[in-house]
Each structure stands twice: as structure tokens, then as C-alpha cells.
Design a protein around this ligand. Structure first.
Ligand SMILES: NC(=O)c1ccc[n+]([C@@H]2O[C@H](COP(=O)([O-])OP(=O)(O)OC[C@H]3O[C@@H](n4cnc5c(N)ncnc54)[C@H](OP(=O)(O)O)[C@@H]3O)[C@@H](O)[C@H]2O)c1
Length: 309
């Protein structure tokens, strides 16, 4: 099928391009500033996605059977730093893509986040639970979900994703890549023992998104994540162990939310996601942490440091 992919240079977008190519789909990938080649794309175009007329022209030129939206200002601190840009990418763009999906009769797969919830309860959030965002990023994701499903109720599926693992193109984006950057620079990351996340890899999420492109159903908002809930601290220890790094080579400091209230105020304590009803209906399975770790590579910017140990 013909797929129009935004954010093709991002962590999830690049994984989606590879996954869709493996399934024989023809993907036109839209990038912003990224200039390199992206594996799996049949065509690659640079478009400023804040410019509505440019997005519309590029999409109508492809006239896709599916639209996949992986573009965003995806870091909460960057949303706070430039709320207007974040609003354009995180809300106006998905709303426009939903109108275009309705117009051309294309399936739309949009990405939202676990951060639509406040994380104040330890039990898993179901897709239908009331949303309770505590930061601008989370509020924009809620707004995007509402706009998408108002404009393309029958065509659109939104996946709320967790904190993601995986290998980004530049090697600086995902969880383990940021830890490596700290270690290579001689810094000691402070990881919370009382903040819990249900990670999956961008590759695994991308497999789910490809499956959803290939089906006309389901429509609506769903959750996808991994099979295990771990603290950020436990996750860091498992990553260090997986790469056979010692505490001296890759130090990790224990932190608590109570000791860092300025961070805790805008970050959720526990984001456990109930994956039903989606899990079980798909061929792709939620991953254990061991399966996620197997996919991780030493990030290219830190290879020299790693090999020199
Ligand atoms: N990463 C996570 O842990 C995580 C967790 C939950 C949900 N999500 C959601 O999953 C989706 C994908 O996230 P990600 O981590 O893959 O994002 P990412 O790595 O930060 O990539 C963002 C993408 O958006 C593109 N972009 C940004 N501004 C643009 C503009 N003005 N014009 C054109 N392209 C623009 C970037 O292109 P260039 O780099 O080429 O400029 C890049 O391809 C987002 O909706 C995010 O909110 C991510």
C-alpha cells in the first residue's frame, strides 16, 4: 500500500519506514531538517509541517492509502520552551492530517502518549479512563486525540505509547542512548527509584502501526507498551548490565521524587497501561524487557568511548 509518513527521521518514524518496507509497502517519508538517507523509504521529502498548504500539497501529491503521523515536538521540556511551535506540530498537524485522511479516504495512524495521564495511581490506565494531563505536552496530546477523532472518526486510530527504547538515526534520542551520552561524557545520570514506566521499543511499536495501517479496524484510541513495569532506576541497571558495563564505567545515582520536587511536579510517578483490547487482536506481541534489550545497539556517537573501555 502507499503510505504518507511524517516524522520519518524520528525514533519511531525511522523504525516505521523499515517495518513497512519489510511488509512490501511503498512509503513516502517526510522529514524536517534531517538530510541523510532513511532505510525503507521509497521516497523522501523535506517539508515544514507547520505550513498547512505545503503539507496538503505534499499529501495530495502522494494520495496515500494510509497516513502515519510520527512528527511531533516529543520532549515535554521542548514544548514548554516553544509552546506555539509545539501546538503547531502536536495539535494543528494531526488535526490537518485527519481532515486530509477523511478527504482522500485514507487510514490514519496517529501517535499520542502515556502522558495524557497524571500517573498518580499505581494500577494500569485503560484507554477509556478519564485523561488527566499534568504538563503542556500531555495537554497537547489530549487535544490532538480529540481533533483527530472528531475529523476522521471512522478512519483514525491513535496509539498512546510509553517511554520508548530503541535505536534512533543519530543515536541521541532514546532512553539508552541518553544514558550512553551521559556515561561517555563522564556524567552520572540520576535515575528515580520511584518512577515507573512500561517501555517498549520503537521497532515493536512500528510493527503494531504497520498492522493497523493494513486493517480498516479498529478506530479510536488504544494503548501500546511493553509487558513489564519497571522503575527508571531498575531500567538503567538492566541497560548497564546488558552492555556488560561496570558501575565504575557507567555510574548510576539513585534519586527519589521527593528529593527532586521541581522534576516530579511535571513528571508522572507511575504510568502503567492496560493494553486491552488491542493486545490479543494483533500478531505483534508486547515485549518483555529482555526482548527490548536484545534490540539495542551501542549508539554511534558513543562507539569510540565504548570500544575504548
Ligand atoms: N520517544 C518517546 O519516548 C515517545 C513516547 C511516547 C510517545 N511518543 C510520541 O511518538 C511520536 C514519535 O516520537 P519520536 O520520539 O519518534 O519523535 P522524534 O524522534 O523527536 O522525531 C520527531 C520528528 O518530527 C519531525 N519534525 C519536527 N518538527 C518538524 C517540522 N516543523 N517539519 C517537519 N518535520 C518536523 C522531525 O524531523 P527532523 O528531525 O527531520 O527535523 C522528526 O522526524 C510523537 O508523537 C511522540 O510524541 C514518543
Amino acid at each position: 500500500m502507499t503510505i504518507f509518513l511524517t516524522g520519518a527521521s524520528g525514533l519511531v518514524g525511522a523504525a516505521f519506514a523499515r517495518a513497512a518496507a519489510r511488509r512490501g509497502h511503498r512509503v513516502t517519508g517526510i522529514v524536517g531538517t534531517f538530510a541523510g538517507a532513511i532505510e525503507g523509504l521509497a521516497a523522501q521529502r523535506s517539508v515544514d509541517l507547520t505550513r498547512e498548504s505545503d503539507v496538503t500539497a505534499a499529501l495530495l501529491d502522494v494520495f496515500p492509502q494510509a497516513i502515519v503521523n510520527c512528527a511531533a515536538v516529543s520532549v515535554p521540556e521542548q514544548c514548554d520552551a516553544d509552546p506555539a511551535l509545539a501546538q503547531a506540530l502536536n495539535v494543528a498537524l494531526p488535526a490537518l492530517l485527519a481532515r486530509l485522511a477523511h478527504h482522500v479516504g485514507a487510514r490514519l495512524v496517529h501517535l499520542s502518549s502515556e502522558q495524557v495521564f497524571d500517573g498518580a495511581r499505581p494500577t494500569p490506565y485503560a484507554p477509556g479512563d478519564p485523561v488527566t494531563p499534568i504538563n503542556l505536552y500531555g495537554r497537547q496530546k489530549v487535544e490532538s486525540e480529540r481533533a483527530v477523532h472528531a475529523a476522521a472518526a471512522e478512519w483514525a486510530v491513535t496509539l498512546r505509547a510509553p517511554l520508548l527504547m530503541g535505536n534512533s538515526l543519530a543515536g541521541r534520542r532514546s532512553n539508552h542512548e541518553r544514558l550512553f551520552a551521559d556515561w561517555a561524557a563522564g556524567r552520572t545520570p540520576r535515575l528515580f527509584v520511584d518512577e515507573f514506566r512500561q517501555t517498549c521499543t520503537a521497532e515493536n511499536l512500528a510493527e503494531v502501526m504497520v498492522e493497523l495501517c493494513e486493517r480498516r479496524d479498529p478506530a479510536g484510541v488504544f494503548h501500546w507498551a511493553g509487558a513489564e513495569l519497571l522503575s527508571r532506576h531498575a531500567l538503567g541497571l538492566r541497560i548497564r548490565e546488558h552492555f556488560k558495563l561496570t558501575p565504575a564505567q557507567a555510574p548510576i545515582a539513585e534519586a527519589t521524587r521527593a528529593a527532586a520536587p521541581e522534576i516530579a511536579r511535571k513528571r508522572q510517578a507511575c504510568l502503567a497501561l492496560d493494553l486491552s483490547p488491542l493486545a490479543g487482536k494483533l500478531k505483534t506481541r508486547p515485549q518483555t524487557l529482555a526482548e527490548q534489550l536484545e534490540e539495542l545497539k551501542v549508539p554511534p556517537p558513543c562507539r569510540e568511548w565504548y570500544l575504548g573501555l
